[in-house]
Ligand binder design. Structure first.
Ligand SMILES: Cc1cc2nc3c(=O)[nH]c(=O)nc-3n(C[C@H](O)[C@H](O)[C@H](O)COP(=O)(O)O)c2cc1C
Length: 195
């Protein structure tokens, strides 16, 4: 069974996290969930969702869900010997981007991301901030040079979305594509031959 680590931090856009988790929980996967303290707070503030309750709900799907303690450095995901196919952090705050880029690993979330980089495994970050400072851009460029996928929460509008759900689905679908997970979260561009 494929193993995926999904992290959530205190950037805006927790709806993207919920949408990706809904899709992942329907697949045969082992999912390790890690939330920063601020990630839980912003999730509750923006969506009213409580992570424990959501994790219980997702656990009723096909996926096996493990809700990790961000303070527990004894978790298997803190080690490179734990085989893991991919990790995504969404939304990813600029603070967490900077910590990962600088190799600061004082939490399970940043340690797990650091392990993905050292083991040269797939790591996808979904940053959300605007405007971006030179500090933000430099840290993201450093991570990109290390092979990390920087997938900003930037929905496209060429599919003529009519609802917020479609806009969220666009970013969620792009995230799932980059994790190589089949999904129908968004309408794929099929060209426009009339031009
Ligand atoms: C409602 C709210 C929205 C926020 N949105 C963002 C954001 O979009 N991007 C960001 O980098 N930080 C944002 N922040 C600030 C982060 O939560 C803050 O930097 C925090 O220290 C991040 O910690 P974490 O990375 O451990 O979750 C927001 C804070 C709040 C309260």
């Amino acid at each position: 069974m494929k193993r995926i680590i999904v992290g959530i931090t205190g950037a805006s856009g927790s709806a993207y996290f919920l949408r990706v988790m809904e899709a992942l929980s329907r697949q045969e996967l082992e999912i390790h969930l890690i939330a920063s303290e601020q990630g839980r707070k912003v999730l509750a503030y923006e969506t009213g969702a409580v992570l424990e309750e959501k994790a219980r709900l997702w656990g009723g799907g096909r996926a096996a869900i493990v809700l990790e303690d961000n303070e527990n450095m004894f978790s298997p995901v803190a080690s490179g010997s734990f085989r893991c196919d991919a990790m995504v952090i969404l939304p990813c705050s600029m603070s967490t981007v900077a910590e990962i880029a600088c190799g600061i690993t004082k939490t399970l979330l940043t340690r797990a991301a650091d392990v993905m980089i050292k083991e040269r495994r797939r790591l996808v970050l979904v940053p959300r901030e605007t405007p971006l400072s030179t500090v933000h851009l430099r840290r993201m460029a450093e991570l990109s040079e290390l092979g990390v996928t920087i997938l900003p929460a930037m929905p496209g509008f060429y599919g003529h979305p009519q609802t917020l759900d479609e806009i969220v689905g666009f970013v969620a679908g792009k995230v799932l594509d980059s994790l190589e997970i089949e999904n129908d979260c968004y309408q794929r561009w099929e060209g426009n031959h009339e031009k």
